[in-house]
Design a protein. Structure first.
Length: 360
């Protein structure tokens, strides 16, 4: 049976540096220096209290904290959601470019969209004592690992490491953020300006912040224009997810939809493939737009309308934050790029009927 000892840690949990600092009545920085061998001075009475608190709580300093306090390695650790997604490879290119200029080496780990895996990676990376940890990828609402992740990263930072996020401003660390909501609003207004009025949105589960912000921005612009609410289809935040959503739309009938907004480009490209497989021609029978403006957006046929995000600049900005004394945030723009996948629609009286689908 799990019990308590005078209100201290449960037997099933491990004490943290925060607990030791609280017990000793000192700051986290002082506790870290006292336990991790930093050359910076700590008053002897404080050091004694910290060591006594650590012994009482059964706290063992992380090897990574000891190493960082004494001098970290010349590495930058980049944690991404999906290494196969061009979104993250573009960010990695920016991180790598800035790291090379600073004579640092980049290592990369893939969380595969799992908050639990992300936490485990950060714990492991601390043992490898990188100089910088950059975490790139959408934050996930309601993730039970949030507080534990903050604790890990704060202890790492307290011990001398630098932390930067490339995502929404959610965790208490310097963040490179993208204008997801505003970019989606501008896309919706641009499509309205081309004559589209009836939309579908392919979006990821609501807890994925990047998707929900883009979905909300798009819908907000449509509401302001007084056009009907878009049909919303939830799917995976991947190319396969976009393909599946488009298949579902075709099966239920696309007659009431003039254009699809997929909340990222890989979903949009998957959707275009599914439409073609079903005999629906993107850019002719239905408009398709994405978000991110990855390199392959101009390689597909028709070229994909998207919202351009300076992804390589995101990586560069994250490194600049990490290597400077600046603790602020950076917000990157997101600008609409119109291409052949969303041609201007003819006035209502001059539109031709959609070609019948094969087998219809």
């Amino acid at each position: 049976m799990t019990g308590m000892d005078d209100g201290s840690q449960t037997l099933s949990s491990s004490p943290t540096l925060h607990d030791v600092a609280r017990e000793a009545g000192v700051s986290i920085a002082t506790a870290s220096r006292a336990l991790n061998g930093s050359a910076r001075n700590v008053r002897s009475e404080n050091a004694t209290r910290v060591r006594a608190a650590a012994a009482k709580l059964g706290y063992e300093p992380h090897l990574s904290a000891q190493a960082i306090a004494k001098g970290s390695t010349r590495t930058v650790a980049l944690v991404v959601r999906d290494v196969a997604d061009p979104y993250f490879s573009s960010i990695a290119a920016g991180v790598g470019q800035a790291a090379e200029s600073a004579q640092l080496i980049v290592t990369m780990a893939v969380a595969d969209g799992s908050p639990e895996r992300e936490l485990e990676i950060v714990k492991t990376l601390r043992g490898q004592r990188p100089r910088v940890i950059i975490v790139a990828g959408s934050r996930v609402e309601g993730a039970g690992t949030r507080d534990a992740l903050v604790d890990e990263l704060q202890e790492y930072r307290t011990a001398g490491g630098r932390v930067v996020m490339i995502s929404q401003r959610d965790l208490p660390f310097s963040t490179v953020a993208i204008d997801n909501h505003g970019g989606a609003e501008r896309l919706a207004r641009a499509l309205l300006g081309l004559g589209y009025r009836r939309f579908a949105v392919f979006h990821a589960p609501a807890e994925i912040r990047t998707s929900s912000d883009r979905h909300a921005g798009f819908v907000a612009a449509l509401r302001s224009a007084g056009v009907p609410e878009p049909l919303a289809i939830e799917t995976g935040f991947t190319r396969a997810g976009g393909y599946g959503a488009a298949r579902r739309l075709v099966e239920q009938g696309i007659e009431g939809v003039e254009a699809v907004f997929a909340v990222n480009d890989v979903m949009a490209i998957g959707a275009m493939t599914a439409f073609r497989d079903a005999g629906v021609v993107p850019g002719v029978d239905i408009g398709v737009a994405g978000f991110d403006d990855i390199g392959s957006a101009v390689d597909v046929v028709p070229a994909l309308t998207s919202v351009a995000v300076p992804l390589q600049e995101a990586g560069l900005a994250a490194m600049r934050l990490a290597l400077s004394d600046d603790t602020g945030d950076v917000r990157l723009p997101a600008d609409v790029v119109l291409r052949e996948s969303t041609p201007r629609r003819a006035p209502a009286g001059k539109r031709q009927a959609r070609r019948p689908r094969p087998g219809a």
